[in-house]
Design a protein around this ligand. Structure first.
Ligand SMILES: Cc1cc2nc3c(=O)[nH]c(=O)nc-3n(C[C@H](O)[C@H](O)[C@H](O)COP(=O)(O)O)c2cc1C
Length: 184
């Protein structure tokens, strides 16, 4: 069986922490160890048909990376390296971090960039998430009334992180595993 690939970008480590929690919840039999996109070769990323991808929010809801003021390379540096790869037939589940109190006008807004990119490259994006339980004014990552992926606020709602991960992993596990079976 092929595993689910887990990749993240991070500036201060919180998205890595969440990626590790998701990995632990799925278990190493079905998921690969989470990797930082600033240390990954495109071929390593492209070997997976089922992916879980995470990003923090920086800038004014830009895609995180040096142009958004990050010190570390992040998704902004990695996505162009995929060089227009075709994601048709691949399935992607997204998660994003933000701070709904300090950045209530652009809460977790960077996540939508991953959605747009991978959807645009042909991927089936799964794992939409309800906005109930969060308090914010605007997020670019809400489409048709729901977040485009799991949203975690480790600063304002750390106690909700585990239950949110548990519920979301249950939601995305089956659709992702469908693409991990060996072809007959
Ligand atoms: C300079 C700066 C800008 C930020 N901009 C946003 C933002 O626009 N929207 C948001 O929801 N959170 C924003 N945040 C909060 C981070 O996304 C959040 O703390 C996240 O957990 C950081 O993840 P990381 O530790 O993986 O880098 C910002 C934080 C900093 C320090």
């Amino acid at each position: 069986m092929n595993k689910i690939g887990i990749f993240f970008g991070t500036e201060s480590g919180t998205t890595r922490l969440i990626a590790k929690k998701i990995f632990k919840k799925l278990g190493e039999d079905i998921a690969a160890k989470p990797l930082n996109v600033n240390r990954v070769a495109p071929e390593e990323f492209l070997q997976y048909d089922a992916l879980i991808l995470g990003t923090p929010s920086y800038g004014v809801g830009d895609i995180p990376g040096r142009a958004a003021g990050c010190a570390e390379a992040n998704w902004a540096e990695f996505l162009p390296r995929l060089d227009g790869a075709d994601f048709t037939g691949k399935r992607v589940a997204l998660f994003g971090l933000g701070d709904q109190d300090r950045y209530k006008g652009r809460f977790a807004s960077s996540l939508v960039h991953l959605y747009r990119f991978f959807y645009g490259q042909g991927a089936d994006v799964v794992g939409r998430w309800n906005t109930e339980g969060y308090e914010f004014e605007h997020s670019a990552s809400v489409l048709d009334g729901r977040f485009v992926g799991l949203v975690i606020d480790q600063r304002q709602q750390p106690l909700l992180t585990e239950p949110r991960i548990d519920a979301w992993v249950e939601q995305v596990k089956a659709p992702l595993l469908e693409l991990c079976a060996e072809p007959a």
